[in-house]
Design a protein around this ligand. Structure first.
Ligand code: C2E
Ligand code: MG
Ligand code: MG
Ligand code: MG
Length: 281
């Protein structure tokens, strides 16, 4: 039996590597049926206006409820889905679901003079490079009877670098339709500032790595300050990610950051939890 195998059979680093490889292989295998088996779910994280804490919108974040492994986060399975090509079906599912849910979620948002409510959806590089993507976004908007301006697509710098020519035409078409485009995880990638000049972003999202360090690191603080100043000059809205305490939210508000998102306000939640009684935050 297993108890009789000597402990020195495998040293611990290879065991970890082996376990990780086995997990990756089984996730890649199981993912192909995840949609058909109804294992994907879409969570929504509130985004607030920092000036008054009112609910401005939500970011849709995909989850996979694996029958044996529990909830698997997108950072783990989206890269796998990109390799197998399954990311297109997952992305279609996410877009459809988010635009269908939005009329319900919109009712939870506060209507204020500082911008209309919005729903944000993440797209990865292969998704945005898919020639049918603009058309399918248009279809989702039309069939759910929402305004294109209520939808915001979040792209990381990696997406942009992967194929500037391909993505810039998709981005331009989406902007023409009225869809918002946010530069996600700003500051962590390798995109130069020239992308802010050439691509029509409507928002930038300051990565939580900077937000988490802003009280302890003068550099992080200055980077955030310059990002906010730059966006203000360019007329681009700013969202700070990963706000985990009141102090950070208050400081970002005083620095003129428009929107905030993070565990201090709310975690990503299933639709049902957000539609319950009371305010979601
Ligand atoms: P992201 O777009 O930068 O999303 C923000 C991530 O930060 C989310 O992780 C969210 O749960 C987490 N977060 C929010 N507030 C806090 C906080 O206060 N503290 C900390 N420590 N974390 C916070 P999540 O949901 O695991 O998603 C990870 C990444 O996966 C996302 O990063 C996005 O790039 C990608 N992703 C998520 N959903 C989708 C999707 O539907 N399609 C695609 N292509 N990518 C997705
Ligand atoms: Mg995002
Ligand atoms: Mg982000
Ligand atoms: Mg991220």
């Amino acid at each position: 039996s297993a108890a009789q195998i000597p402990a020195l059979a495998e040293p611990s680093p290879p065991t970890d590597l082996h376990a990780a490889a086995v997990r990756t292989l089984s996730l890649a295998h199981d993912l192909s049926d995840a949609i058909d088996r109804g294992q994907l779910d879409l969570y929504y994280q509130p985004i607030v206006r920092l000036v008054d804490g009112s609910l401005a919108g939500f970011e849709a974040l995909v989850r996979w409820r694996h029958p044996q492994l529990g909830v698997v986060r997108p950072d783990e399975f989206i890269p796998l889905a990109e390799k197998t090509g399954l990311v297109h079906r997952i992305g279609q599912w996410v877009l459809k679901r988010a635009t269908t849910d939005w009329p319900l979620l919109r009712q939870r948002c506060a209507a204020t003079s500082q911008g209309a409510p919005f729903i944000s959806v993440n797209l990865s590089a292969p998704e945005l490079c898919n020639p049918g993507i603009v058309e399918s976004i248009r279809d989702c908007i039309a069939s759910s009877h929402i305004a294109a301006s209520e939808l915001r697509i979040e792209l990381t710098e990696t997406v942009i670098i992967s194929s500037v020519e391909l993505v810039s035409s998709a981005i331009a078409q989406l902007r023409t339709m009225g869809v918002g485009i946010a530069l996600d995880d700003f500051g962590t990638g390798y995109a130069g500032l020239d992308y802010l000049q050439t691509l029509p972003f409507t928002a930038i999202k300051i990565d939580r790595a900077f937000v988490a360090q802003m009280h302890d690191s003068e550099r992080s603080f200055q980077i955030i300050k310059s990002a906010l100043e730059l966006s203000r000059l360019l007329g681009i809205a700013t969202v700070a990610e990963g706000i985990e305490d009141a102090k950070t939210g208050a400081m970002l508000a005083s620095m003129g950051c428009n929107y905030g998102q993070g565990y201090h306000y709310a975690r990503p939640l299933p639709l049902q939890d957000l539609l319950g009684a009371g305010t979601p935050t």
